[in-house]
Design a protein around this ligand. Structure first.
Ligand code: ADP
Length: 439
């Protein structure tokens, strides 16, 4: 500013000097006229530049700086630098905002910002998915209108709510959400949603599993405990009772033992520290051994046949395959009344191979089929128990099948029989000469 004042006074002094020089030559009136003219020119110059400044301020782009010289050059230059600084900080701000926006978009959790009236200000794609929102269409809408669960509305109203809330997704279906509402800045709220469907499912499975195991153990323990108490209460043990009770207690103990063995097998199969092996496994040999086991188990009550149409081997874990196939064979015998037929087969199928066990037994209604491989799922609980079933056999089969990249296929018709097939893909199957070399 000092320069501007200095420049102004210099120009004023120049006008005065010019008038003073003209005065002796042309007289006072002319000198005054000249001074007035020069001051007017100065005024015109400034008004013209003021107009250009005002025009520039209406469209303040640095590149639109007007040409100028003298005092106005300094003013325009100062304004130009101000604009440049502003533009730089604006683009820094925009970039930061965009970064935040991108981070919000990429968040694995849903985020919704609502104002004091619970109207949606912003939401990310995960929140759209969780709550069935549309980031464009639903802006300004009441979130309680779109997410209608009463517990959600109550949580929003409770100021400073800090416990996560478990909600079923507004979209229906099976999605289970954990929703946290965080109040911030005056009345606004940040709603954070997380998909906890898997966690809840695992938790439910764990609860069911513990309940099932306890239930399975209760009956044998009650039988054994009951006999032992009766015997303990007798002054002189009754030999007839002992003769009757010992085989029963022993049966129940065996039942518990089988259950524990199946549970251990399942837990080994599920353990991450036990990856599936890739040993060459001679399936025809296993099928032959299982055929003999089946004859022994059936004890002449069924017609058992073995159809070996393939000499293919499979790469995998021999014990696991033997146990899975064995479960299928034992089920076929247990669920087929005397006089029925049971057939074991090993065939090439397309580029893979299939191990199948079919029976002419009681069969299974189609609505049970999708749940057969769940732990402890039984079509007929009484029948399963009577024949020494634990309800874990097919769960074990499914695990083994998955670990061998194979597929379990079941076809069944009540009253006519069932067929359980394990279909191995080409990648797991090899011909004996190749397999033998690898062994
Ligand atoms: P379980 O020990 O009860 O046999 P599994 O897991 O092996 O348990 O089988 C689950 C259920 O599937 C059985 O309880 C039975 O109802 C049914 N099931 C399995 N195999 C057969 C079959 N071959 N024929 C009829 N029902 C079967």
């Amino acid at each position: 500013m000092n320069n501007i004042w200095l420049g102004f006074f210099w120009r004023l002094a120049a006008v005065a000097v010019a008038s003073l020089l003209v005065w002796p030559v042309a007289g006072a009136a002319q000198a005054l006229g000249l001074a007035l003219l020069l001051v007017l020119l100065m005024l015109l110059h400034h008004v013209r530049h003021l107009a250009r400044l005002s025009q520039w301020m209406a469209d303040p782009r640095p590149e639109a700086q007007p040409d100028s010289s003298g005092l106005w050059e300094d003013v325009f230059a100062a304004f130009y630098h101000l604009l440049r600084r502003q533009r730089r900080s604006e683009s820094r701000l925009t970039a930061t905002l965009q970064d935040f926006r991108k981070a919000g978009m990429a968040m694995p959790d849903g985020l919704v910002i609502v104002d004091g009236g619970n109207q949606i200000e912003w939401c990310n794609p995960k929140a759209e998915l969780h709550f069935g929102l549309d980031a464009q269409r639903d802006l300004g809408q009441l979130i309680t209108y779109l997410v209608r669960q009463p517990s959600f509305g109550e949580a929003l109203d409770a100021a400073g709510y800090s416990e996560p809330l478990t909600l079923r997704s507004a979209r229906g279906g099976d999605l289970i959400l954990s929703v946290l509402i965080v109040p911030y800045e005056a009345n606004r709220k940040l709603i954070i949603s997380r998909d906890v469907t898997d966690r809840e499912r695992v938790e439910t499975m764990r609860r069911d599993f513990v309940a099932n195991v306890s239930h399975e153990l209760r009956t044998p323990l009650t039988v054994i405990g009951g006999f032992l108490e009766t015997i303990a209460d007798m002054e002189t043990p009754d030999p007839a009772l002992i003769r009757r009770s010992v085989p029963m207690m022993s049966d129940q103990a065996k039942r518990m033992q089988t259950l524990v063995e199946d549970l251990l097998t399942l837990s080994r199969l599920e353990s991450s520290g036990n990856p599936a092996r890739e040993d060459p496994v001679n399936v025809p040999d296993i099928a032959r051994a299982l055929y003999h086991d089946a004859l022994a188990l059936s004890a002449g009550r069924h017609k058992v046949t073995l159809l070996l149409e393939s000499d293919a081997w499979v790469s995998g874990t021999e014990d696991e395959l033997r146990s899975a196939f064995g479960n299928l064979v034992s089920n076929a015998i247990r669920y087929t009344p005397a006089g029925g037929e049971i057939s074991l087969s090993w065939k090439d199928a397309g580029s893979g191979a299939v191990f199948a066990v079919s029976d002419t037994g009681i069969g299974i209604a189609s609505h049970h089929l999708p749940r057969l491989t769940e732990r402890f799922y039984r079509v007929d609980r009484g029948r399963s128990r009577e024949t020494g079933g634990t309800g874990l056999g097919l769960a074990i089969v499914k695990h083994v099948v998955n670990r061998h990249a194979a597929k379990l296929e079941v076809t069944s018709e009540p009253g006519r029989g069932s067929c359980f097939s394990v279909v191995f893909p080409e990648s797991r199957v090899s011909k004996p000469d190749v397999a033998a070399k690898r062994a």
